[in-house]
Design a protein around this ligand. Structure first.
Ligand code: LFR
Length: 491
């Protein structure tokens, strides 16, 4: 009775996870995994949205072929990206990838018209150059035909849901990441839309995670030979789903959702909009059960993923475990980078950029593969300490440890180094955080769990949690002071 499906789309791969609930215990099975390959055309970088829709259909077919009778499904993905639906109901063009360079300079340019403190006061969202607001502004400035023909604004999971159900809805957790949603008013910010000269009518009703968003429409059921099932709006921003899956017992907890990005922070009942939050560039993204995520984006394992791609291009292929193994053998604390330096945001030759960063900061650049990987992982762990302490300062809380969820926890060296860097316990698990958060929001909606806390208890009892205790504290403390001096980022 409880079989449901979560589609979780990441920046480099997607998966369909079957969830089953037996006597309060959650079991999951990966039915389908696929790569998500952004496509470069000329100097533009796009998402292959139709391929993603195709893979969602493949996931549904796999469930059918295994004789699984599904009761509902939900979709989550990365945030900020979007497409337009035209008057004839068709998607116009391919959505841009948030790492596309068309937003370069857009944020700074918009600030001359709308000061950052005004944007923050109205939205509570951190300033990332690829936020939807700057993407839309860049399209406006470029007089993009998308804006001429567009009729409805939908984000990535909204589009895929629309293809399946024929219904157009926006969803709360993702809507907040646009930096166009006003959390106090609980709706799109009409004033920002007006200042950007964007029609309010493009932005639709905003469903909360757990609300029903339609059912698979007859034409799709016929095409796939499947019965119709309800499609729920979940926390369709993957980070929202990942944090829903944090197996915390206490109301106040710190988390790190670790994947391509590292998202670190805490859960709060109301957005934190004061000056310090603005100054520290923290965000207040919408979550499940009327919560917000007070967090900061950290560039994350993206830098390592891009290094791996670069080495592969040069004919050297390594698995992630091999890379981690090489790092563990390299000299410790030899060089540091600030992972959040804008140098590391666009795709490209990361080993050269790391060397460039080291030169600029008077350090000997790492040379061997192991040295480079060590530099990235140590710098990430030290950055985590910095953001962990800022989260404590900003939220006025002291945490006795850190929950880590997401695929990045398979990197046990990074988990251990994170514990070492923050000097506190790390509890790692589950690794399929986003997909599990997606599942539990559906189960809550279907009355299988009373609330998010009951769901979190079930997650804690259903998945292994690995504990890492801090080691080598003195060496890591000394490294932290050097890291702060070299990166020059004190806040
Ligand atoms: C993580 C994530 C982050 C968001 C970034 C871009 O997958 O969703 O939360 O800032 O991707 O959308």
């Amino acid at each position: 009775m409880s079989d449901i499906l979560a589609f979780d789309l990441g920046a480099s791969s997607g998966r369909a996870l079957l969830g089953r609930l037996t006597d309060g215990k959650i079991e999951v099975e990966e039915l389908h995994r696929f790569s998500n390959d952004p496509v470069q055309v000329g100097d533009r970088l796009y998402w292959d949205i139709l391929r993603l829709y195709h893979e969602i259909k493949q996931g549904l077919l796999k469930a059918k072929h295994q004789g699984i009778s599904l009761h509902s499904m939900g979709i989550d993905s990365w945030a900020v990206d979007f497409g337009f639906i035209g008057k004839n109901g068709e998607l116009i063009g391919n959505p841009y990838h948030y790492r596309d360079r068309h937003t370069e300079g857009a944020m700074e340019s918009l600030f001359t018209r709308i000061p950052p403190h005004v944007i923050f006061a109205r939205t509570g969202i951190q300033f990332l150059p690829f936020n939807t607001i700057y993407q839309l502004y860049a399209l406006k400035e470029a007089k993009s035909p998308l804006l001429k023909d567009g009729n409805r604004f939908l984000m990535i999971p909204d589009i895929l849901r629309y293809f399946l159900t024929g219904e157009m809805h926006n969803e709360f957790s993702n809507a907040t990441t646009t930096q166009l949603f006003n959390p106090i008013e609980g709706t799109w910010d009409s004033e920002l839309l007006r200042l950007l000269d964007l029609p309010r009518s493009w932005f639709g009703d905003v469903l909360q995670p757990g609300e029903k968003a339609g059912s698979i429409q007859p034409s799709v059921c016929e095409e796939l030979g499947i019965p119709s099932i309800p499609v729920y709006a979940v926390a369709e921003h993957d980070t929202g789903s990942a944090v829903a899956a944090v197996p915390a017992t206490e109301k106040s907890f710190a988390y790190l959702s670790c994947g391509t990005w590292s998202l670190m922070g805490t859960e709060v009942d109301k957005p934190v909009l004061h000056d310090l939050a603005l100054k520290l560039n923290f965000t207040n993204e919408g979550g499940v059960a009327d919560t917000y995520r007070l967090l900061k984006n950290i560039m994350g394992l993206w830098i390592l993923q891009e290094c791996r791609r670069e080495w592969e291009r040069a004919g050297e292929s390594y698995s992630f475990p091999e890379l981690v193994q090489m790092a563990s053998g390299a000299k410790s604390f030899a060089a540091f980078i600030d992972p959040d330096d804008s140098l590391f945001l666009p795709p490209g030759d990361m080993p050269s950029r790391i060397a460039q960063y080291c030169q600029q900061t008077g350090q000997q650049a790492p040379e061997t593969t192991g040295e480079i990987v060590r530099c990235i992982l140590e710098s990430l762990a030290l950055k985590y300490r910095q953001v962990f302490e800022l989260t404590e300062r900003l939220s006025g809380q002291s945490f006795n440890g850190l929950h880590m969820v997401g695929g990045g926890i398979q990197n046990t060296l990074l988990c251990q180094w994170t514990a070492n860097a923050i000097g506190k316990s790390v509890w790692a698990g589950p690794s399929e955080g986003s997909a599990i958060g997606n599942l539990v929001v559906q189960w809550i909606a279907r009355g299988e769990f009373a609330d998010i806390w009951e769901a979190r208890r079930a997650i804690r009892e259903s998945f292994p949690i690995t504990v890492y205790e801090p080691e080598e504290s003195e060496a890591w403390n000394a490294a932290y002071i050097r890291f702060l001096t070299i990166t020059g980022v004190t806040e």
